[in-house]
Design a binder for this molecule. Structure first.
Ligand SMILES: [Zn+2]
Length: 304
């Protein structure tokens, strides 16, 4: 039985029970690390250790290869058989050559891995990557600037100087497909590859609801006025630690006016054109791959 209702997005649907009540129990964590079936995933500079087939899981005792590692061993949860899963980030200067890991894999780009690895593994590693990104930026207390230390098996940092507790951040982002009748609007940012078009997106600001953020961003980026917001799904997005909140946004006007600071261009596509994009046969446009929520938004709308 799944742990939650299934969702169409990569990085969601983790097969692990986070078993968060164990995080505060160092003795339990120590014995879990000695569990014969304990699994360890390895990162370096936010890149997961993988081979051609997908994620390479190591026995937990492989952490002994990194005796002086500063980063925490993160407890990620228990699989259905009760096997504890952990994540470790190798030091920046660690070189695979000459170690027991040589030949087993490489530190790989996570987006590339997302396209080929098992969905379960991608969901687990997405959580680990988001946590490592947060740890990297939170070595010092935001309240008093003194060093912080890791607690709760990687899920909290504590400042001993001022007693502040710091928890991993998740940044909410709205991502929306503006639609009017039989057309949807897609935009291009200057950094996108040629012909690549995607949904519009932006961070939710303090004091905003999802609906307000969808309306504001759609108006700011493309000059389109939203009349109705339909929730689609969410996607944990570990670049670095966002939650993408996907919506279909009905708009009342079709005169696109882009904000040149946000977008390079934006244009309308008919449903038939979007189906061609999804099938990879549109002559001058393509859209994000299936592991991106933008693809799922576009696909849902294109399929009516
Ligand atoms: Zn402090």
């Amino acid at each position: 039985m799944p742990l939650a209702p299934l969702n169409p997005n990569a990085f969601a649907n983790s097969p692990l029970d986070r078993a968060a009540h164990h995080r505060r129990d160092p003795d339990w964590i120590a014995s879990a690390l000695d569990h014969p079936d304990a699994q360890l995933c390895l990162f370096q500079n936010a890149l997961p250790f993988a081979d051609e087939a997908g994620v390479v899981w190591l026995a937990a005792h492989a952490r002994g290869i990194f005796p002086n590692v500063k980063a925490p061993v993160i407890f990620l949860g228990l699989d259905k058989q009760g096997a504890p899963h952990f994540a470790l980030e190798a030091p920046d200067r660690f070189d695979l050559a000459g170690t027991p890991l040589e030949g087993l894999g490489e530190f790989a780009d996570m987006r590339g891995l997302a396209a080929r690895a098992r969905a379960d593994d991608i969901a687990i590693l997405g959580a680990a990557r988001a946590l490592f990104e947060w740890h990297r930026k939170n070595g010092f207390c935001a309240n008093c600037a003194e060093p912080t230390r890791v607690e709760e098996a990687g899920w909290r940092r504590k400042c001993d100087a001022c007693a502040s507790e710091h928890y991993p951040r998740v940044d909410p982002v709205v991502i929306m497909l503006p639609v009017k009748g039989d057309r949807c609007a897609l935009g291009r940012q200057a950094r996108f590859p040629p012909r690549f078009h995607s949904a519009l997106a932006g961070f939710i600001e303090p004091g905003e609801s999802i609906e307000e953020a969808v309306a504001r961003e759609t108006l700011e980026e493309a000059g389109l006025r939203v009349t109705h917001v339909r929730y689609h799904s969410t996607q944990p997005w570990p670049f670095p630690h966002s939650l993408m909140i996907g919506a279909i946004a009905e708009v009342e006007n079709d005169d696109i006016q882009i904000d040149p600071f946000e977008l390079d261009s934006a244009r309308w596509f008919t449903r038939a054109e979007v189906r061609d994009m999804l099938a990879g046969r549109h002559p001058d446009a393509f859209c994000p791959p299936p592991f991106a929520i933008a693809h799922q938004l576009i696909k849902t709308w294109a399929e009516g």
